[in-house]
Design a protein around this ligand. Sequence first.
Ligand code: AMP
Ligand code: GLY
Length: 426
Amino acid sequence: MKVLVIGSGGREHALVWKLSQSPRVSKIFCAPGNAGISEIAECIDIKAEDIESLLNFAKYEWIDLTVVGPEAPLTMGIVDAFKKEGRRIFGPETSGAQLEGSKVFAKEFMRKYGIPTAEYKTFTSYLHAEEHIRLKGAPIVIKAEGLAAGKGVFVAETYDEAIDALQKIMKEKIFGEAGNRVVVEEFLKGEEASFMVLTDGKTVIPLATSQDHKRIYDNDEGPNTGGMGAYSPAPIITKQIEADIMDKIITPLIKGLTKERIDYRGVIYAGLMICNGKPYVLEFNCRFGDPETQPVLMRLNGDFFNAMKAAVDKKLKDIRLSWEDDASVCVVISSRGYPGTYEKGKIIKGLDTLKGKDDLFVFHAGTSIKNGEVVTSGGRVLGVTVLGNNIKEAKDKVYKAIDKIHFDGMHYRKDIADKSIRRGES
Ligand code: AMP
Ligand code: GLY
């Protein structure tokens, strides 16, 4: 079968890598892909948001399954467009993608279906929002309504910070239209974790748990990024908490989607805050997490193509997934300047020495090929991912591997997985 994967990040490299292991997959295309992906798939020069060209390509090549990586094409209606033409595609239609595309929609949905989340109010008026913040006091969280490339959330420690954030979103319009409405919500104190499930709208299959590291510097300091590293499993999610997540979050979510007549076939990613042993939803995403997907897929046994196809064909009840007991750690290497403006075009050395290993894979994100050499072309560049008997062994292994890689201005966190290791020791 022929597969088209849309996107160009580490998540898409991991998806392509896992799909390529399926005996049922004869050919994989990726649009637009990156240097690493081009070693296992044919990269096509079409942007992820160019829905019309992607659909034409899928029709022309008789693609059997298209898998959408990032949220933008989903919220723009790629699934609606493909389905209209009878093409099999993994992901929600725009109605379901609103769970990620509109924070107001997501919060209202959670309120309606009793899903635990932070208390909140939404505002279209700057003055009313300001008054509410004065009343509530800090710490408080201010969120732009629409998609803002992961940067639309401000966790304000003080009243002044909160007002500053409000001004940026609603007056200066730094995220444009995405700032027409804001959500002001209660600050939740706890530990974050990521929980992804596959669904065909009826059956739900949870994926292995994971934990991301959003800040750019060690000890969770500095600005938020797309994610600087992740590990799986996440020991914060005990068996009891996992049961609670399924009962109190995922089951009501699926029931709510059915009730609202939203035909959701794809992955749902719940960004959670675990507060005193209880899970609360910070956000829903309508796609796989990046970098969480890299360590999660590293641990997956079996055929992921079958699972994804079954989700689209509404046959997920026939699928069983199992996970290696081994732990996996992924450390992201980024370019100097990220998450602000960053450098590009730096030659990456040492990648060849890390090829051909069962317990290690270097997933590419912002890389391309220039004059026959792999160079940097994005903020997040590589995700070095390993398997180990336990988290500590995996951590030692991943940093030994990173020592072999070099490019000018490379940055990575040195403390990925420390939280998990400390938990294990305590
Ligand atoms: P979101 O995009 O809504 O997941 O928010 C991005 C990040 O902001 C989250 O990963 C958390 O670190 C933080 N955050 C969001 N909402 C809250 C909240 N209610 N309380 C504390 N931190 C939050
Ligand atoms: N790693 C966070 C995200 O994918 O949204």
